[in-house]
Design a binder for this molecule. Structure first.
Ligand SMILES: Cc1cc2nc3c(=O)[nH]c(=O)nc-3n(C[C@H](O)[C@H](O)[C@H](O)COP(=O)(O)O)c2cc1C
Length: 158
């Protein structure tokens, strides 16, 4: 099954999960980056991210290469920002207009995923959601435990 892992990550947690999935499924990896990417402190990141969520803004992305027609499975990952999937992933979903695809989605969060997965699925209406998962700060956690969680999740796709 030709697979792509598409994700955004500000602090490395979704990158860690995406790389683990990629290695297990031999998937293509597409990392989304915002055009206005720059170093921000902890408060700066929270402010920048939450303003985007509350204003409904979809930040422009740096160019990426993606052709949905070549993939049978898309795995899409986002950090949770203010109970929502981070807006850069919303930009991707809206500008690619993916529909009719098999999709597995994951979120990384700081302990409060809230309604983020429901919102994520609503953004992907018109696709078949075959699996979903959430990871609590995987970079800070016991890596072996997280790797096992990813392994089990990936096996559930078949
Ligand atoms: C702008 C912003 C808003 C956040 N909002 C939430 C939240 O609502 N709930 C939560 O559990 N964590 C929240 N977090 C923490 C991140 O979801 C968490 O650190 C996640 O693992 C980050 O993924 P990343 O390292 O791939 O960027 C927020 C972080 C940022 C920067």
């Amino acid at each position: 099954m030709k697979t792509a892992v598409i994700f955004y990550s500000l602090d490395g947690n979704c990158t860690f999960v995406a790389e683990e999935i990629k290695n297990r499924l031999n998937a293509d990896m597409i990392q989304l980056r915002t055009k206005d990417e720059k170093k921000r402190g902890k408060i700066g990141k929270l402010f920048w991210g939450c303003i985007m969520v509350f204003s409904g803004k979809k930040p422009p992305l740096k160019p990426y290469s993606f052709d949905s027609s070549i993939y049978e499975l898309l795995i899409i990952g986002a950090p949770v920002w203010a109970d929502s999937p981070a807006p850069p992933v919303k930009t991707f979903i809206s500008e690619t207009g993916i529909s009719g695809k098999k999709i597995a989605l994951f979120v990384c969060h700081g302990g409060g995923k809230g309604g983020s997965q429901e919102k994520f699925k609503a953004l992907l209406a018109g696709n078949e959601i075959i699996a979903e998962a959430d990871f609590h700060e995987p970079v800070k956690k016991n890596k072996d435990e997280v790797k096992r969680q990813i392994e089990d999740w990936v096996k559930s796709f078949n």
